[in-house]
Design a protein. Structure first.
Length: 400
């Protein structure tokens, strides 16, 4: 019983970390004045190098490049380069057919997106640009994507994260729930971090200033390179802000089978980064206590569905077996759900189809069981260096 109490108490503390961090942020936000959105001065639009790492992406690459070609941004200020990494399909031909420069990498012993990015940066004069934007081949960008990034100019010494949306949000319950989660994070949770100067996590479409790359390099080679880059830059005091006006949308997995490898990689990769970087984060003299707490909260977070599964399991065991402090433990676990619930409700209120999105959550119990199983199996991948790509399928994108 004592072991159960200690285990439950530790889990409750970890699950409550994001809530504690947000409460601190809310207090700090009340003491700050809201900043007006900035716009780049006329004639100073940043020069952007858009990298599209691609491994056998013939099914989706044309849509990605098509959206980049439609950007409302001066062509002389933007260069797109596809990095065809160990491809055995028509990826390179499709890129060149679209009039885009393509670098072909052949290194079967070192495959994967992170190494492809590092290799491409060695081949390109990225210092001639203000920032490098990394766009996944299975994404499409909004026509104002680049101009929205430009509102954060000068970009050279900064890192910006666009709004990640779901391009197939209306396909089924899974994709609708994913779209709600994206809004909860990028519109609400990240908005609070922006307001108080905390770093936001990195993901698809990350925009890294070339001064940052020159000073810190690209040193993220794990199966979750975006989380690793977030941890590395945060501990070094580099600011990472959210740019909600810059929208990029990805194809969400529309079946449990298709999404299994992706979720397993995300979970294992993030925990691996946490295990490797938490000491450096805590010891960093370039960031304050609040940023350290928030970064640890982000890296230890398990996702809303897994979070829910853990709470139900541990709270149920506590109430059933009645270990010392059972009621308090159950209450603490339940309290940890307030934050994700509040963000989900906020996201549902702004969803373009709120009723259908709400109905999609009827699938949540089954999804939670599945995600809990995926999280357990992710332990086998801890420390894994081999990058695993999500299964692709031919499906037309729609701009976000």
């Amino acid at each position: 019983m004592i072991v159960l109490t200690v285990l439950t108490a530790v889990c409750a503390c970890v699950l409550l970390l994001p809530t504690v961090s947000d409460l601190i942020s809310l207090v700090r936000a009340t003491r700050r004045r809201s900043e007006r959105p900035r716009s780049a001065p006329p004639g100073t639009l940043p020069r952007l190098l858009v990298l599209v790492p691609a491994h056998n992406e013939e099914l989706v690459l044309a849509s990605c490049l098509g959206s980049l070609a439609l950007l409302r941004y001066p062509a002389e200020r933007l260069t797109t380069v596809v990095v065809a990494d160990n491809c055995s399909d028509r990826t390179a031909a499709i890129a060149r057919g679209a009039g885009v420069r393509c670098l072909e990498r052949h290194a079967p012993a070192e495959p994967g997106k992170p190494r492809a990015i590092a290799w491409a940066l060695q081949q390109l004069p990225f210092a001639e640009f203000d920032a490098v934007v990394i766009v996944d081949a299975d994404t499409v960008v909004d026509r104002d994507f680049a101009s929205a990034l430009a509102t954060a100019a000068p970009l050279g010494g900064r890192v910006a994260q666009p709004y990640n949306d779901v391009s197939n949000r209306s396909e089924n319950a899974l994709t609708r729930m994913a779209a709600v989660l994206s809004a909860a994070n990028h519109r609400f949770a990240f908005g609070l971090k922006n307001r108080v100067g905390l770093n936001v996590p990195l993901s698809a479409g990350m925009c890294v200033g070339t001064e940052v790359l020159t000073a810190h390099g690209w040193n993220a080679f794990s199966i979750c390179e975006d989380w690793e880059m977030y941890a590395l830059l945060t501990e070094r005091g580099v600011r990472i802000e959210s740019i909600p006006g810059a929208r990029i949308a990805a194809l969400e997995a529309s079946s449990l089978r298709q999404g299994a490898s992706q979720r397993r990689r995300w979970q294992a990769g993030k925990l691996t980064v946490l295990a490797r970087r938490w000491r450096s984060l805590v010891r960093s003299d370039r960031i304050g206590v609040v940023q350290k707490l928030d970064a640890l909260a982000e890296l230890s977070a398990v996702g809303p569905a897994v979070h829910l599964g853990i709470v139900v399991l541990l709270a149920g065991l506590a109430l059933l077996l009645q270990p010392p402090g059972a009621a308090a433990l159950a209450a603490a676990l339940a309290a940890s759900l307030i934050r994700p619930t509040a963000y989900t409700i906020s996201a549902l209120r702004v969803d373009p189809e709120p009723v259908r999105a709400l109905v999609a959550f009827a699938f949540l119990p089954a999804y939670t069981l599945w995600r809990f199983g995926i999280a357990l199996s992710a332990w086998k991948m801890l420390g894994e260096a081999r990058w695993v790509r999500t299964e692709r399928r031919p499906l037309s994108h729609r701009n976000p």
